[in-house]
Design a binder for this molecule. Sequence first.
Ligand SMILES: Nc1nc2c(ncn2[C@@H]2O[C@H](COP(=O)(O)OP(=O)(O)OP(=O)(O)O)[C@@H](O)[C@H]2O)c(=O)[nH]1
Ligand SMILES: [Mg+2]
Length: 285
Amino acid sequence: MPRYAQLVMGPAGSGKSTYCSTMLQHSEGLNRSVQVVNLDPAAEHFDYPVMADIRELIQVDDVMEDASLRFGPNGGLVFCMEYFANNFDWLEESLGHVEDDYILFDCPGQIELYTHLPVMRQLVEQLQQWEFRVCGVFLVDSQFMVESFKFISGVMAALSAMVSLEIPQVNIMTKMDLLSPKAKKEIEKYLDPDMYTMMEDNSDTIRSKKFKKLTQAICGLIDDYSMVRFLPFDRSDEEGINIVLQHIDFSIQYGEDLEFKEPKETEEEPSNVNYDEFFQGQVDS
Ligand SMILES: Nc1nc2c(ncn2[C@@H]2O[C@H](COP(=O)(O)OP(=O)(O)OP(=O)(O)O)[C@@H](O)[C@H]2O)c(=O)[nH]1
Ligand SMILES: [Mg+2]
């Protein structure tokens, strides 16, 4: 039986932990069993119950306090993640093995983890060895995507995660509820972008010829290969959350091997009781 995982990634503050707790609640509503693992050794608070927490293995504060290491917060986090990569047996033990496992991994926000450090790729390879089908979920804050140059850098960040992890990836624009109606309209063009038009709209602002050419080449590459698309995510919109979940499920073929489960009987009982009472009433009268 395959197991399923979402690797929830993205820059600091992009909404990863909120996404995990929203997705967890949404899945519970669908009667689906989903668990969350916190992989952020610097996490201070999150509002979901965890199946496992990396802070039981190692914490950034402890690393920073260590006089022989002398790390700051960023170096400390990288150290923690490397320590984690050398101790995957901790994760194996914490995960156990439940039938139809579906696990969300809430990852740290340091962008270098997804661009050039090997840790996340090692994690993906390890999960695949444990029979997980892994989907990368890359979150970007929609507030920072409403201008085309910010958008291009968001696309590049998502793209570097895609290239370095080599797994299916769903890109998401978070915090859509915070956008004004005007910005919401504006952002539609970024969800399914035409990179050529976007580049032309802004080519006057690029002064250097070399940069103009480079931006043109990057935009062309992204457009020609349909490399990056974004799905909107509004934590209050159940239908939208479902669309995101369907895309992810599809990319890891979730559901194909599932056996049919009888619906829970407890939900049926009250209506049966009412019928019984109704018919009893008919007989009595
Ligand atoms: N309005 C709104 N706020 C959100 C949404 N998602 C996240 N936030 C807020 O954005 C802030 C950061 O969210 P987190 O979920 O902690 O982001 P994160 O990516 O886990 O942050 P780090 O782990 O520090 O990298 C919090 O104050 C959240 O309440 C959203 O969809 N809508
Ligand atoms: Mg977080």
